[in-house]
Ligand binder design. Structure first.
Ligand SMILES: CC(C)(COP(=O)(O)OP(=O)(O)OC[C@H]1O[C@@H](n2cnc3c(N)ncnc32)[C@H](O)[C@@H]1OP(=O)(O)O)[C@@H](O)C(=O)NCCC(=O)NCCS
Length: 178
């Protein structure tokens, strides 16, 4: 059993959080080097919602949403990634709280759609469904079929068919393949 969380504060990430966020990602994703991507996300001054979860004065979770567009449409949509919770504090609701707080902020920015590449066993409970109209910037490996998902947060028109147009930092094939 891990430790129990007593309180959780969620706020926008700040430049001084970088060390805590780096520690979090090396703990939560020991086999993947997400740090270069995460650092680039933290350096973006706009076009990103980046939240940290703070418990007992330490960073225990992080989530990021990058603003994107779909080919042929002008509406802004968001790409949820990455999301990490300190291993000892997983399964206590921190991930859910980060996703829900993020969705509230995303809606305030008039963004209706969020995309994610992740395990449907986790993301389906938040309302994500397999996405087949909007394509990933790089073709996914066959075994990741079903991992590309989206959710509609407000009552707006259906999505255009097309490719998700991501900012430069997401244009690395290694982020979309294994
Ligand atoms: C995935 C992760 C972010 C979830 O965070 P968390 O704080 O443990 O999640 P929560 O406690 O808020 O869980 C919310 C729900 O998801 C379930 N859940 C948690 N981890 C799960 C998993 N790996 N697979 C399926 N369901 C999961 C919980 O049981 C809970 O279910 P409930 O709503 O029925 O109670 C966290 O486990 C993590 O950082 N994992 C390693 C990195 C990773 O895989 N990130 C995913 C990026 S795509």
């Amino acid at each position: 059993m891990g430790e129990m969380m007593s309180k959780l504060e969620i706020r926008q990430s700040l430049p001084g959080d970088v060390n805590g966020i780096e520690q979090l990602y090396s703990d939560a994703f020991p086999d993947e080097d997400l740090l270069p991507l995460v650092k680039e996300l933290l350096d973006l001054e706009q076009g990103v919602v980046s939240l940290v979860g703070i418990g007992e004065n330490a960073i225990v979770g992080h989530i990021s949403f990058t603003f994107c567009r779909v080919e042929g449409a002008s509406d802004i949509v968001a790409l949820l990634a990455p999301l990490a919770v300190t291993p000892a504090l997983q399964k206590q609701g921190i991930g859910r709280a980060l996703i829900q707080t993020g969705f509230e902020q995303i809606k305030q920015s008039d963004i209706a759609y969020v995309f994610v590449l992740g395990d449907p066993a986790f993301y389906a409970r938040f309302g994500f469904k397999a996405e087949d109209k909007v394509a990933t910037p790089y073709p996914l490996p066959a075994k990741w079929h079903g991992a590309w998902q989206s959710i509609r947060l407000c009552d707006v028109d259906a999505l255009h068919e097309g490719m998700l147009l991501v900012p430069e930092l997401w244009r690395h094939m290694a982020l979309w393949t294994d």
